[in-house]
Design a protein around this ligand. Sequence first.
Ligand code: LLP
Length: 416
Amino acid sequence: MAAVGQQGIEGLEHVFPLGSRIDEAGRLEIGGCDAIELAERFGTPAYVYAEDDIRARARAYMESFRAHTEHFEVVYASKAFPCTAAYRLLAAEGLACDVASGGELYLALRGGFPPERIYMHGNNKSDDEIRMAVEAGVGHIVIDSFDELDRLERMAPGQGVLLRVTPGITPSTHAYIATGQVDSKFGFGLDDVPRAIDRIHNLDLRGLHAHLGSQIFDLAPYEKLAEVLTAIGDYPLLNLGGGLGIAYTADDRPPGIEDYAETLVRGTPDGVTVLCEPGRSLVGNAGVTLYRVGTIKEIPGVRTYVAVDGGMSDNLRPMLYGARYEAQIADRFGGDSLSTIAGKHCESSDMLVRDAKLAAPAIGDVLVTPATGAYGHAMANNYNGVPRPPVVFCADGDARLVLRRETYEDLTDRDV
Ligand code: LLP
């Protein structure tokens, strides 16, 4: 998707939110808002989203499917960014949503998602979570195991369900985020599927579900997946999961939403409603994180550490998956000072970006890492008692706080 006004960030325009630009003074703008002013107004670290970027990608999904079929549903995989403002925005865009726990279900309902448009996932749903879903009137529960199937038969007669299939397809991605392979904690292996289907009597089996994994760049496994699932039987719904990759670094070139949608539709028999569950590819590039540089440690001939005021409490992905990110100084893009961006946590693994090239970083600079919109806030934590950052939505030059920063008082709020 080409965007207007992205001058000054050449080579990174596919990593930053749509509409981002460097203004005449050389300062980064997100959603029409000056990044340095945002850092001053909301403090750092802060998750900053361009609202129009999320909306544009949601529309790209809807329009890409609509171009090929009337029978589709785009299901927001809300684990990527479980924030009521995001639920509200995507519900308004006509998407459905998936939740992976009672907590996400609570957030989705509070974010205004109509329950009938919610899909409930989980490999180990508790009775309380199942009860909560049924009482809320959730449209579909995705059955993950025999035990859950039996419990649903007892607890939720008539409930709309999908059956989660483990298709035995291993996509090319990090092992921690691959789910389609035989050796997976999720779903029914192909050998067990017929037995599971036979065991359903009181539930309304509407279709099959599978999710290959995440951050996937190759679309061929989705064609294979559609083949495997349609061979199981005819059902009204076919949910091919999520997983479309995004660009984290300048070199990343993921397939477009249009091609992904077309691949899924092509694999789905006529008359069957095709579902997909994008998370990362809806919200990942919409968000950036703003930090402030606090100290710089130069070890001559070894490395320069540029330390920022966040780290593994606001972005766990580099430590967990070896994920790579870009970093820039918000009012001096470019440069060639080789820097390792360190966090403020009391642990050596707390490195956000290795070998970033910055323009002569200095203490007090605002540093930005793009593409943190998915699984950043979602996996934020309080390691070292660091309060979690706020979420700010920007559009047309207006910034609004949608989630405030945690306070120290929040850290003791649950003490008994
Ligand atoms: N559907 C199901 C059943 C899933 O388990 C997931 C992701 C999705 C959809 C959405 O996948 P996406 O389109 O966002 O790739 N924390 C990891 C990602 C774990 C994803 C888990 N499931 C990360 O930061 O990369």
